[in-house]
Design a protein around this ligand. Structure first.
Ligand code: ZN
Length: 330
């Protein structure tokens, strides 16, 4: 995606204009709040800032707004954007209900309007929430937007990799820094604020980093999972997922092969796994039967969700999961 040299240039010109006492250009000094959207012609004394920038003045949320309009697909990414952008951004998250599954989300007209008006669009990418790319393309202003795809731009994953990168405990810190850098390009006046706020946000994740470090296994610990949402955290903790074929079937929404189910049942009964990780947001009768079997056999069940549960933030969401694991490992 294009970087935003136009913005930077605009800001420099704006400072000059402010020195000249032009109130007209003041709004754009804060990054993205200019009002002359789509007007590429010269307007009187302001001609300098319009030169070669037919799309430099991308719109945000309305006249008089001096904040950078950000739209995030998932609210856990929106939360970080709010922390990093602080007072200088306006964040809208499209997926906020713990019942909505980003895999199957159908964008509303409001969602497409929000994306159309956004300067910064954030989503996961690598096939997880492709509807967001469609909204960007449909807006006809794709080139005007700073687009952040966390899985690929921040974490260097590719299509075909496990999509659930927010379960990697390193992702949010890296994403915070990445976003601070991008916001600093859009709004250079507040570049340092964004860097500081990203740093504060990373500090706030210390309990997560500590929990991961304390639960990390010296030797791979066998566990089973109902589906792949938790895999990056499993890697970080040095857990060995023993039912890869079963979870793959769940991911592809196909029925698991009977021998894979039988093997998993066996592993539960023989306590070959230390716990079973159940994504309660993506359940099935087969999974429910396995949860029952685990309960009958005293194998702990760790409950995880695809998206942020209500009343939690990213940190408490993840640390609550790790607390369950700590209890399971005794
Ligand atoms: Zn998923």
């Amino acid at each position: 995606m294009p970087t935003r040299p136009l913005k930077k240039k605009l800001w420099k010109i704006s400072t000059t204009a402010i020195l000249l006492g032009s109130l007209l250009v003041l709004a754009s000094a804060c990054g993205s709040g200019s009002s002359n959207t789509g007007n590429s012609s010269s307007t009187g004394s302001n001609s300098a800032s319009n030169t070669d920038s037919t799309n430099g003045n991308n719109n945000t949320g309305g006249i008089g707004s001096s904040k950078i309009a950000i739209v995030a697909a998932e609210n856990f990414y929106g939360e970080v954007a709010e922390a990093v952008g602080g007072d200088y951004v306006d964040v809208t998250s499209l997926l906020t209900s713990p019942d909505a599954d980003p895999h199957d989300y159908e964008p509303t007209p409001d969602a497409s309007k929000a994306v159309d008006g956004a300067s910064v669009v954030i989503f996961n990418g690598i096939g997880y929430d492709e509807w967001m790319q469609k909204l960007i393309d449909a807006s006809g202003k794709a080139a005007d937007k700073t687009v952040v795809r966390v899985a690929s731009d921040v974490m260097a994953h590719q299509d075909g990799d496990n999509e659930h990168v927010w379960y990697n405990p390193e992702t949010m810190g890296k994403y915070a820094d990445y976003l601070a850098d991008r916001l600093g390009k859009l709004d250079p006046v507040h570049k340092q604020d964004f860097a500081d706020q990203a740093s504060d946000y990373k500090q706030s994740l210390a309990p997560l980093t500590e929990a991961v470090a304390s639960l990390k296994q010296a030797d791979p610990l066998p566990v089973a999972v109902s589906e792949p949402v938790f895999d990056y955290m499993a890697q970080a903790l040095n857990l060995k997922i023993t039912d890869e074929k079963f979870e793959l079937a769940a991911e592809e929404e196909t029925d698991p092969a009977p021998q894979d189910v039988a093997r998993l049942q066996n592993d539960i009964k023989a306590k070959n796994i230390r716990f079973f990780v159940n994504n309660t947001q993506a359940t099935s009768q087969t999974v429910q039967n396995l949860v029952d079997l685990a309960n009958e056999n005293g194998v702990p069940v760790i409950e995880v969700t695809e998206t942020l549960p209500s009343g939690k933030n990213y940190l408490t969401w993840m640390t609550d999961i790790l607390d369950q694991i700590k209890a399971a490992l005794g």
